[in-house]
Design a protein around this ligand. Structure first.
Ligand code: MV4
Length: 447
């Protein structure tokens, strides 16, 4: 087992990893920017190294600075958390060269899923359902128009280097194709320095249902059931839950098997997430795979009663996992509490938290790095806490979440708490009747 893990991240996930390390008897090293001096991950780690100024490029994204911290502290493994360098294959490669274990998949596995066309080709070969579209990159507009004509409108243009919504354009009819093509290429080139574009049939009003998977170094791959992440806004998830209210036992078997096939296709090592689009007929299509721990992993932890960070560390250390899949034994919902003003387009609201009281009680979990007096820096993402509730049924879980939201006090900044309070009372949400576009027409001020 590792002796000392350096956490190349900040905020609640850095704290989350430190907690599990302490329980496992592993020493921890925090790295931090000058904006995060007062952060709890700095206080709770055994050692802490300042790696630079607030800008992410000069701190949490700087490979040389992080490797310098590894050298100084003699850490034997790095936990990348989510975001920042967590899906950076070059970073994983540098770790290997330094002889420090990157807690996650190999550089090759990251690359295979990072390029969306390669990922899709790999899934087709593995027998995982994908959305109909082009075989690989589009050569020109003419070829795109031809394929769109064959598969039928609407279609969607996607950047092969994309993911998470960047460089995507929906095309409703042939006369909009040229403009969408130019926009998608331009955005892809600016964002990823790669203007490769492919085309797919556009699935209307889909649900986003993802499967947690885990694979060990011996080739065993399992799934740990789904999370429904359909409640999102501009590709930012706001609520996640398990079981999905749209799920059936039969669909879980089918999608779970497909997720395991996806993992096996790349000999996946570590914990990862296979994202699917699910249409109203419950047909599902592989969308992309995230080769990291995700923000919403506590939803799965709560319903299967296992520590996923611990599993991650054990797998990285070479331990075997059992070949059994995991199924939910309760219902869990996570509400992301962001320092944003939901009444003003979710505009970020950084600043000092004047008073803070976290929800508590049976079945309530709060993962957070903030406290009364903490100053939310404007440089990073605006998530301040994850409120996770667990109960035997979805209905009881929603009731518990309403209670927990009512007792959450965060003053001094605006937060998304009122949004969640409104959503918990929403008839469609309560009936499980929603899709990824649901928030486009959601009026927060309506009764
Ligand atoms: C799609 C789609 C509909 N049809 N692909 C959004 C981010 C990226 N992961 C892929 N995305 C989508 N791909 C086809 N063929 C709709 C989306 C999409 C979406 C997916 C999941 C969650 C929220 C979304 C919001 C808008 C669009």
């Amino acid at each position: 087992m590792f002796k000392k893990i350096l956490i190349a991240n900040r905020g609640e996930i850095a704290l989350r990893v430190i907690r599990t390390c302490r329980e496992m008897g592993i020493q921890t090293v925090a790295v931090y920017s000058t904006a995060d001096r007062e952060s709890l991950h700095v206080r709770f780690a055994d050692e802490a190294v300042c790696i630079g100024p607030p800008s992410s490029a000069e701190s949490y994204l700087s490979v040389p600075r992080i490797m310098a911290a590894v050298e100084i502290t003699n850490a034997d493994a790095i936990h990348p958390g989510y975001g920042f360098l967590s899906e950076n294959a070059d970073f994983a490669e540098v770790c290997a060269e330094y002889g420090v274990k990157f807690i996650g998949p190999t550089p090759e596995q990251i690359r295979k899923m990072g390029d969306k066309i390669t990922a899709k080709e790999t899934m087709i070969k593995a027998g995982v359902p994908v959305v109909p579209g082009s075989d690989g990159l589009l050569k020109d507009i003419k070829q795109g128009l031809k394929i769109a004509d064959d598969i039928g409108y609407p279609v969607i243009l996607k950047a092969t280097a994309g993911g998470g919504g960047k460089g995507m354009r929906i095309v409703w009819a042939p006369d909009g194709f040229e403009n969408a093509w130019n926009m998608a290429r331009q955005e892809a080139k600016a964002s990823f320095s790669n203007d490769g574009i492919y085309i797919e049939k556009f699935i209307e009003e889909p649900r986003h249902i993802e499967f947690q998977i885990a694979g060990d170094q011996q080739g065993t791959v399992i799934h740990l059931s789904e999370r429904d992440c359909s409640i999102q806004r501009r590709h930012q998830k706001l609520i996640e839950e398990c079981p999905s209210p749209f799920m059936t036992d039969e669909l879980r078997e089918e999608m779970g098997n497909a997720a395991v096939l996806a993992g096996k296709a790349i000999d996946y090592e570590g914990v990862g997430t296979v994202e699917f689009l699910v249409d109203k007929y419950r047909k599902f299509y592989f969308m992309e795979m995230n080769t990291r721990i995700q923000v919403e992993h506590p939803v799965t932890e709560e319903v299967i009663d296992h520590d996923l960070i611990k599993e991650q560390i054990k797998i990285a250390a070479g331990e075997k996992i059992s070949g059994q899949n995991y199924y939910p034994t309760a219902h869990a919902i996570e509400c992301r509490i962001n320092a944003e003003d939901p009444f003003n387009g979710f505009r970020p609201s950084p600043g000092k938290i004047s008073s803070f009281h976290s929800s508590k009680g049976h079945g309530v979990r709060v993962d957070t790095h903030v406290y009364a007096g903490y100053n939310i820096p404007p440089y990073y993402d605006s998530m301040v806490a994850k409120l996770i509730c667990r109960a035997p049924t979805r209905e009881e879980c929603i009731t518990k979440m309403e209670r927990a939201l009512d007792e959450f006090i965060i003053e001094g900044v605006k937060t998304t708490v009122p949004f969640h309070q409104r959503m918990m009372k929403d008839k469609n949400f309560r009936e499980g009747n929603f899709h990824t576009g649901y928030l486009d027409n959601f009026d927060l001020t309506a009764e």
